[in-house]
Write a protein that binds this ligand. Sequence first.
Ligand code: GLU
Length: 475
Amino acid sequence: MNGVRTRIAPSPTGFLHLGTARTALYSWAFARHHGGQFVLRIEDTDVARSTDASVQQILDAMHWLGLHYDEGPVYQMQRLARYHAVVEQMIAAGSAYRCYCTPEDLDAMREAQRARGEKTRYDGRWRPAPGKTLPPVPPDVKPVVRFANPPTGSVSWTDLVKGPISISNEEIDDLIILRPPPDDAPDGTLGVPTYNFAVVVDDWDMKISHVFRGDEHINNTPWQINIFRAIAGQGTPLPQYGHCPIILGEDGLKLSKRRGAVSVTAYQEAGYLPEAMLNYLARLGWSHGDDELFSREQMVQWFDGSHLAKSPAQWDPAKLAWVNAQYLKQADDARLAVLAAEQLARRGVVIEHAESLQPGCALYKDRCSTVVELADWLQLPFIELRPRDEDLAAHVTDAVRPALRDLRERLTEIDWDKAAIAAAIKDVLARHKLKMPQLAPALRVLVCGRVQTPSIDAVLALFPRDTVLRRLREV
Ligand code: GLU
């Protein structure tokens, strides 16, 4: 397929939502699959709610996920002059017009429609038509500009996800495409376009061929198609639209902030790896046979816009944790050490040389689902340890105390490595006629504060000798 250009167009009114990250991934993979381009556009026309901090978070999240864009970020607020030029062309061509209704006029219009039992909609009173006399222009009202939607016929498209969709134009009223600047704005301030208009001008100017986005935008698409045709001409091929179903939370309701983390950044902070996030997000709404684990390269190779799910997928934290665990197992220890050191720094545990954590990463990563869990293990030598009383009572019994004291003595004099520690433990077990399952839990509780750990000789070797001796001192 030639000329494939996709985009993602987040609004910087918050973090990068998981749903947007998923459609960003689909857009990116589709462009890469076809050797096309992927564009990042920042839809910052909601001036009151857009923030620079949010733009930065979005850029950081895209970078973290490795969704590299070929063009952008393009900021809509830097394109106001262009939207105004298109509006003027549309007014001249009769596909847009100025409307001087005040909020009070619109309220009264709706009230009257309700009283007549009609659906509320703009009644077209400022829409020019042959032979129609428009109301006199009120002196103090700054007009909005409305799109003159075709009054009859229907809008149809074949959605890449949902299949054929058709909406009658009678269902759609004349949408506001441009608002005037606020009354107190300095002279020369340009009014800001509405989403449905700016999105079309941009998709047209940027030659976007395929749009993947959330299905909350399905109802906007008929307007966008009509505006597109008005701007680009009837014969111009439309972008192809694919509307992906929303992501549901564990409770079957829309995934939302109230019901857990919904931002990409939150998962980064919670110790997930970007490749695991991408893998999990990809699978959430798309499939390639029964494959559960696949690389970015495979995703690019396979993602051709087909096999997108029509029904909503449910966010499954346990599955995500499983996917992340698979990637952690394979991850390079040097990389994990750096990530774990960052996690530890946030807890106030400063590791001067992240490389020093590598052996611990190698030992613990198999039993962790996240880098946070990995950091929980790695911090053990550095924190004030308080084993639980019930663990101490259960495992540090009179039966093992003499052996523990003896072992402590031995540990003062041996070479500090796994083999020597293992030999010392073996020796002590033999002398005290104990078995490993009697001594090891006591050591684990005293040194790690945990009943279960990887092989205790390997664990102890990761601790500074002094720390181990100190923790065994109390027995
Ligand atoms: N700014 C819109 C959003 O964040 C973009 C929708 C679109 O992709 O057209 O929902």
